[in-house]
Design a protein around this ligand. Sequence first.
Ligand code: A2P
Ligand code: 11C
Length: 345
Amino acid sequence: DRLVVAVVGATGAVGREMLSVLEGRDFPATEVIALASARSAGTTVPFAGGELTVKELTEDSFDGVDIALFSAGGSTSEKYAPVAAKAGCVVVDNSSAWRMDDRCPLVVPEVNSEALDSHNGIIANPNCSTIQMMVALKPLHDTAKIKRIVVSTYQAVSGSGQKAITELETQIRQLFNMQTPEAEVYPHQIAFNALPQIDVFMDNDYTKEEMKMVNETIKIFNDPSVKVTATCVRIPVFYGHSESVNIETTQKITPAEARAILTQAPGVTVLDNPGEKIYPMPIDAAGQDDTYVGRIREDETIENGLNMWIVADNIRKGAALNTVQIAEELIKRDLLGVKDTTVFD
Ligand code: A2P
Ligand code: 11C
């Protein structure tokens, strides 16, 4: 059967990874189309041992396309995702443009793939920091009902795209050569530093990244009773977001029980052996598909509390892989096509 897949933003950090994940998982596409801005039309991107010629994204790009994976920024998604849905093409969007829209499911396949059943043509992929936390916490929420989450993140520069990766490399070189580091992507030097600001500040003095973690968690769990508070920090790591997570649950759950539950959980690997100095680290999670959990221990200050450390590759599980997994789930559930193409008019 014919199955045409378009990658929108194919020249970007996440778009390239999407192509690599499609290839690596033997995604059943009969054709893959690479789309980006007019700037890169005619250039090539690697795919399946060969190359794809990049085409310019236009209003006509989605005719005959079954699935479009978008990672070309919020404004591109805002404008073109409805155009694709109108053409009967199902969109899986990695930007934040549609996440909180009631018409769009927000999906982590291991957590809430059933939300796909009522899709209207645009499906949102959550923020990377939210995805890895959901993969690890959902099995614990199902067992012991989480009341409150307190999370602090340690996020890699790749979350801000290729320019930020280059900025960290450049600043490290500049500092070793006694030069003054130049900051363009970030408001301050990122090399050998920690920035307690990811994205812009909101009216409540939280950052947009922090509020994404709060709001997206409630939507994915479909449970407004869960309280979430977050502090998001950028650190000079290239790939892999880490999170210190404290949860308070309704039912008691011991660290041993939590380890047993997470060992069985889809998409999770438990790395938790303090005696052997074994715990998750971003250098090990980079390039991997799983979400790694360790440092699981009792919060001794409350009745039912646990602390843990959650690490995943922000470009793979946090973006490209989760998007492709959603597309796989659409095929598995026979959910291709758009029933009502007027929903986003
Ligand atoms: P291009 O390379 O042509 O600019 P990153 O997040 O790594 O910066 O990647 C952003 C991706 O989004 C790139 O593939 C980029 O294409 C694409 N993109 C940005 N703006 C547009 C646009 N207006 N139309 C189509 N693609 C866009
Ligand atoms: C970061 N989480 O690490 C961001 C990147 O909402 O998709 C992804 C932003 C988003 O900077």
